[in-house]
Design a binder for this molecule. Structure first.
Ligand code: DX5
Ligand code: ZN
Length: 223
């Protein structure tokens, strides 16, 4: 099976004083998506941004906006985020008791529907919706902050997530988020991931564009 490699730098690690320049720089440097971490200070112990910032990013870049909602009651934001320009809306199973309905609602609004789960949550939580989703995101850190250490057991979870998608004959994107860097990306690619969020690795690099190329090359070498 041929897989497309996607690198999704995370807005969380951007220098907001230079937002326009940083977004132009990663777009020019070959980023595929912009990952947008929405946190409410309730589901996770940190607070970030909402529709207004998504709208601003929409104006500043052509990259698809990959919105990761770490919030309680995520459905409250679907309409506003899609209107603001979100391409993908990914919700946590821990916040979505009516996961199927919420996935269908995102698709009805015209966005791609993603689901994700914390590192300690059973992957079985996504099996029943595997054929309905456009994206499955494996968290490789506990959500809330950038620049955390990759949890090694995530590689095995990616393998199992890939098997769940294959059993459901789902062509969903399999994304991984947290601690992705030169040391961790190839193992995730080999395990079956195709899309890689990278915050700290890209934005703290001396040359972020070279870092995007290096991360992509590490997967391509294994292909
Ligand atoms: C963590 C966020 C991540 C974060 C990744 O809660 O979901 O998207 O930005 O950052 P790095 O790549 O620095 O681990
Ligand atoms: Zn994220």
């Amino acid at each position: 099976m041929s897989r497309t490699i996607r690198i999704a730098p995370s807005l969380l690690s951007v220098d907001f004083g230079k937002l326009a320049e940083e977004l132009a720089m990663i777009e020019e440097g070959g980023a595929d998506w912009l990952h947008v971490d929405v946190m409410d200070g309730v589901f996770v112990p940190n607070l970030t941004f909402g529709a207004k910032v998504i709208e601003t990013c929409r104006k500043l870049t052509n990259l698809p906006l990959d919105c990761h909602l770490m919030v309680v009651d995520p459905e409250k934001y679907f309409d506003a985020f899609v209107k603001a320009g979100a391409a993908t809306i990914t919700i946590h199973v821990e916040t979505a008791p009516h996961l199927h309905r919420q996935v269908m609602r995102i698709k009805e609004l015209g966005a791609q529907a993603g689901v994700t789960l914390n590192p300690s949550t059973s992957l079985e939580m996504v099996r029943e919706v595997a054929s309905d989703i456009d994206l499955l995101l494996i968290m490789s850190v506990n959500p809330g902050f950038g620049a955390q250490k990759f949890i090694p057991a995530s590689v095995q979870r990616i393998t199992r997530a890939r098997a769940i998608l294959e059993e459901a004959r789902s062509s969903a994107v399999l994304e991984v988020d947290g601690g992705i860097a030169r040391q961790t990306i190839a193992a995730c690619w080999r395990a079956g991931a195709d899309t890689f969020v990278a915050g700290n690795a890209v934005f703290s690099a001396k040359d972020p564009q070279a870092e995007i190329r290096a991360l992509r090359a590490l997967c391509a070498e294994q292909a």
